[in-house]
Design a protein around this ligand. Sequence first.
Ligand code: G1P
Ligand code: ZN
Length: 543
Amino acid sequence: MSITTVATTPIEGQKPGTSGLRKKTPVFMGPHYLENFVQSIFDGTGGAQGKVYVLGGDGRYFNDRAAQVILRMAAANGAARVIVGQGAILSTPAASNLIRKRGADGGIIMSASHNPGGPEEDFGVKFNAANGGPAPEGMTAKIFDATKALSEYHILEAQDVDLSVPGESRLGEMVVEVVDPVTDYAALMADIFDFDKIRTLFASGFRMRFDAMHAVTGPYAKAILEGTLGAPAGTVVNAVPSPDFGGGHPDPNPIWAKTLMDEMYGDSAPDFGAASDGDGDRNMIVGRHAYVTPSDSLAVLAANATLVPAYAKGLAGVARSMPTSKALDRVADALGIDCYETPTGWKYFGNLLDAGRATLCGEESAGTGSDHVREKDGLWAVLFWLNVLAERKMSVAEILADHWQKFGRNFYSRHDYEAVDSAAAEGLMQGLRDALATLPGTDAAGLTVETADEFTYNDPVDASLSTGQGIRIGLADGGRVVYRLSGTGTEGATLRVYLERVETDPARFDADPQDALAGIIAAADALADIKGRTGRSAPDVIT
Ligand code: G1P
Ligand code: ZN
């Protein structure tokens, strides 16, 4: 075996501030592309010499080939050990857990999350730091700089490593340790939740459907729900990870998980439904005839946290991304704990979790998590709900109704305008920016604006500033409109408009969210002149 140093040209690498690099699969498979990015990760993080890494991915097309390349490069760069999930499989939360548990220096996760996979679809690589979380901004900036400075990469000439059975082997000087992807994660879940209670719930005839969407949570959900917790066989569907996710879009929301939604709203709906995304960090929760928005789910979990053994002593604090509904704030108020508002993106929760200032956190985009790992965690959220259902002996719909009764209902919706002309989208944001100072105290399209600003996050732990994180328009009575441009869209710009209104009259809790928000939706359009600037008369996606 010999180390080859390959001269190369830099790639257009990951933008600072984004966690990981996502491109079309053929781009990643192109000459030197994956290699350049992996070398940049090593170069940008002080080199791989003597280091221990975790490696795994969501099983999408090219996952297995990419793992072999990354292993050969880690070996050539002097890494001491790489802990790999069997078959090169690891869910994102399981990878985060392994990094922490094994005290690794970091981890490389192969995934493009909820984006479709396949020869013509998306692939991605992301680096997680030693705390188990997505590389923080300073680190991604260094990796980005490394992509610019790169002139060569190192790779070992060797045969493929057998990743099909657990055990240790050597690749050059480096140890490759293949581990079962589920074992450590399942043990962590058993530490957090009351598995006996959940087992009793299933034994009592409680019925559940978990849609793994042909993605990575299949094996995890099968082992934990059907194996350990005794849910009937067949509870988990689409449980075998496939390279193209069965041709689907592994994003757990009412649109992409429509089969599950139809079943949950049908006549013989099970008691509880859930789904997770490509790499297992997102979740969808739905009761019988009762879809739970991610923002509400986060608030309900916070309000019920002490029913779960790991959180029985109470929460240190909670955190939500800025556009996530303020339902969580109302729970935090009632509990007398801090509620932090962070920019969109999981990495901003890291400092708060590391510092012990937040225990639970979440995003409106179906991400919920806690200080047990440093990623959002789909199956964890599902088990949390099961634990709460087992304790409260109420249906999902009853738990929601009870929650709104106590805290009011934050009607909430996100409207996405996709593949908008980038200049038009920038112009729309600039137009809003220019108007910010004049808005407070005025009536905008029939709504009373109380506050208007562009969100800057001042990290309370390390005092770092993140500017330009979205435009917030605060309305009388707790409503809000938020505008921001997506950081993950791949074509043109994606404008996201987040709409929110607080309802305290129980007689109106059952309204359709789009109806309840109609006034705010119209005002949000008028305020930003969405139609005029983008030429779009309706959003592409409403969640
Ligand atoms: C989207 C979500 C955000 C999430 C991110 C990565 O980012 O809105 O909450 O953290 O994907 O999963 P966006 O495209 O809005 O920048
Ligand atoms: Zn994901």
